[in-house]
Design a protein around this ligand. Structure first.
Ligand code: GAR
Length: 190
């Protein structure tokens, strides 16, 4: 699931392609038609479906369509790789322990929108990112992997976000692997 640029989505696809993650990305859902993630999926040959939130009457009905889509695609795990909509219990309950999110802060600090801006405004000297399971409380589910990055003097929103994203691309595949392992989805060699 992605809403914007899609760099985390592409990092996951690459991790699968180079066998760092023994998995396959079978489907991308975007909510913004023509977004960067959607263009990346077309270039990478991954099926992309647009569920534009503006065409749904409620968060619940959008999440109902997501659940239907992922059930039809028979996926084991769902990853929110830059999904900028709040999800409801309808999606969370449909994929218990199987819904992974990436968030650009060291949770539990700076939950919610614009975590990078929140970190800059707070003046912290350490920022980072967290990959976690999704629970009903926003940005509060079980933490799978975190990475810390320094906040440097003179950092802009962009420069800090870029440094954090480089780490997101590294930890998201690790977190998806851990989530799969917890569920016994990885087949090991005897
Ligand atoms: C990522 O930095 C991700 O942590 C953030 O959106 C960005 C998406 O980048 N997600 C959130 O803030 C969710 N609360 P991308 O589209 O290049 O992967």
């Amino acid at each position: 699931m992605a809403s914007g640029n899609g760099s985390n989505f592409e990092a996951l696809v690459q991790a699968c392609a180079n066998q760092q993650l023994p998995a396959q990305v079978v489907s991308l859902v975007v909510n913004n038609p023509g977004c960067g993630a959607s263009q990346r999926a077309e270039r990478l040959g991954i099926a992309v479906t647009c569920l534009d939130h503006r065409t749904f009457v409620s968060r619940d009905s959008l999440d109902g369509a997501l659940v239907e889509h992922f059930h039809a695609a028979a996926v084991d795990l769902v990853v929110m790789a830059g999904w900028m909509r709040i999800v409801t219990r309808r999606l969370i309950k449909a994929f218990p322990e199987r819904l992974v999110n990436i968030h650009p802060s060291l949770l539990p600090s700076f939950r919610g929108v614009d975590a990078v801006g929140q970190a800059l405004a707070a003046g912290v000297t350490l920022g980072g990112c967290t990959a976690h399971l999704v629970s009903e409380e926003v940005d509060a589910g079980l933490i799978l992997v975190q990475a810390a990055v320094p906040v440097l003097a003179g950092d802009s929103h962009d420069s800090l976000a870029r440094r954090i994203q480089a780490q997101e691309h590294r930890i998201l595949p690790l977190a998806v692997g851990l989530a799969a392992e917890r569920l016994g989805l990885l087949h090991r060699q005897p």
